[in-house]
Design a protein around this ligand. Sequence first.
Ligand code: FEO
Ligand code: CA
Ligand code: CA
Ligand code: CA
Length: 725
Amino acid sequence: MSKIERKDQVQAAVWQDDGSVDVLPGTPARLTASDPIQTVLQKAISRRALLKGAAATGATLVIAPSALLSTSRPATAAGDPSNRLTFATVAAGDGSEPDVRVPPNYSYSVILKWGDPLTPTAPPFDVNNQTGESQAQQFGFNADLVLWYPLPNYVRRSADLTGQLSKLAERVIGFQYPRLKNRASTRALMVVNHEYTTGADMFPDYVSGNPTQDQVETEIEAHGFSIVELTHDGSAPTFDIASPFNRRVTGSTPHRISGPLRGHPMMQTMADPAGETVLGCLNNCAGGKTPWGTILTCEENFDQYFANFDDVPAEIKVLSQRIPAPGGESGRRWENFVARFDLSAHPKEYNRFGYIVEIDPYDPNDVPKKRTAMGRFKHEGAACRITSANRVAVYSGDDARFEYVYKFVSDGSYSKYNRTANKNLLDSGTLYVARFDAGDVEADDMGTGVWLPLVWAPGNALDNAGFTSQAQVLLDTRGAADVLGATPMDRPEDIEVSPATGKVYVALTNNSRRDGDPGQTRVVNGREVSSAPDEANPRNDTYDDGDPSSNTGNQHGHVIELIENGNDAGATTFTWNIFIKCGDPEVAAHGTSFGDVADPVGAGVSPISDPDNLVHDDDGNLWIATDGQYYSGGDIGFGQNDGVFAVPLEGANRGLLRQFLSGVPGGEICGPEFSGDNRTFFCAIQHPHDGIAFSISDKWPPGESDVSKPSLIAVNENFGAKIGA
Ligand code: FEO
Ligand code: CA
Ligand code: CA
Ligand code: CA
């Protein structure tokens, strides 16, 4: 199949013009078995040759690793945060690599793979004999969010003895977490999300559209997240299978509905007439850590799990008109075996998904809570910062095309050392949505902004638009944000707050539907929206599809830097600028920009597309993981495996982005995360060999014989230096 044919096939499977799910689960493949790896490699080289004008001369263009090494970094002052980033730039993989690549003085290790037992009594993985019961005791599929938490020895000993979080242990965490989170720790807890499943890459006999009951039950248990304990006792961390903290939360684990929607009539179902308990969290993507050491994990593309939205009664359907589920059968057919996924029989079950979930990793028995005060949408990212009034702000994106950026500010005050006092802070507060304005000058990649409060009151704009209560605003958050005039963005993925400066970074991964000219509109998820570029989403590319007269939208994405007024996370106004416009700096048509770097090519900036997951190191540099670089850029494609990139945000090298890690074909990279001492880097390799996990000859991780497996990896400098050296 040619690449363009394959792209057509992929686009034919586009999910309801939704945005964040471009390919139905279980449908083919960014890579296919009929696409031998050498062909992929040749296409990648052809793409570069074409883009760089070498095709006409017949020149063979080979990108040598040495060509990407940085040689001209500006001199920096002592203390410049970029001084630690001295690693040798890693060449981008081009679809042919069998393994993850890291700089020469680094090594990586696989900590956990899909199916690995998480307790001594859990069954070993058997690809031909998978059940929900076994998967519920094993590391789940498609690892995504990765978070690291220090584990004091006392807390581990206490849990060994009692099997729970004692009051004293909780006090110890309360006092020590703010200090220990930035230090070395011989024990640590790690949470890893399991975003979604792909039956064709899990079961050798999977039939798309006709799964077996065992397969469906296995898929449900492969969702959610894992909490595991790691031991840092040598050069690389290892998994401690004996830890009492190891546990799975899955698509069937009871969750407490918390906050304003707890017990609301629209949350009440036949199985849960009180509207207080829901089974499972689904499609958990990027998330974040609270200042008191709990996990915030976000339900993103929850729509794809439900069937028969067409049959939902109108008074319930109206709450989800902006986030519709499939009208008929779902792609996964879970409804064939688990009735609650059939909305014709259980219409309100849908209202119970799409939330930020909080759970305490230090409490082996903690019941996860869906924090409904932060709204219902395709949450991605949950970055916390304390406001000047000592409230908690949580930033979160809605990852779909033309959706919004949100911020929640708690009513209650944060207690730095009294952990239990913070436990329900996220149940009450004000939810805002962002409007990005042009500022004084048009088209200068910067502007001002306003946080619009999503607060219903009699006679206000939401009331006048037909909203009847705050509960309705929280259930139909997108619809309420439409009313207030929020700015539709190019797929907000992860959000992070710099620990060094308090500035907020928003990854906008791409938007192939931002392809209109001024005045043109599209109908997206039930509402009409401008498809033309705007100040904060300025890219509408016109290259790469072989037709210079047609637009291809924002193919490579950008990263926005948002600065709160007075540098206060509680502010209701902000300024913003576009920190990076992604793409290949060697290709003029991409129109890239990288912070303050005047000559990105001369400075050795790496090509990057589709920024997704973010993390800061403890010097305040930004680390970016990508999702979907290979096929980005119209029909020709960007042609490089997903990777991890480090970029200084401050100082003389602001914007000098360089590649640190290159993944394996077909696999996006998630996490990323650092240990407290920044001497271990973690990330997840999600869906390696997507669509060809069984058929590819060299499986990943190396040594696997049945199938390539999503995995959590750790990266260390060989002599134990801080990551970046
Ligand atoms: Fe699950 Fe938007 O990435
Ligand atoms: Ca402007
Ligand atoms: Ca993501
Ligand atoms: Ca992150």
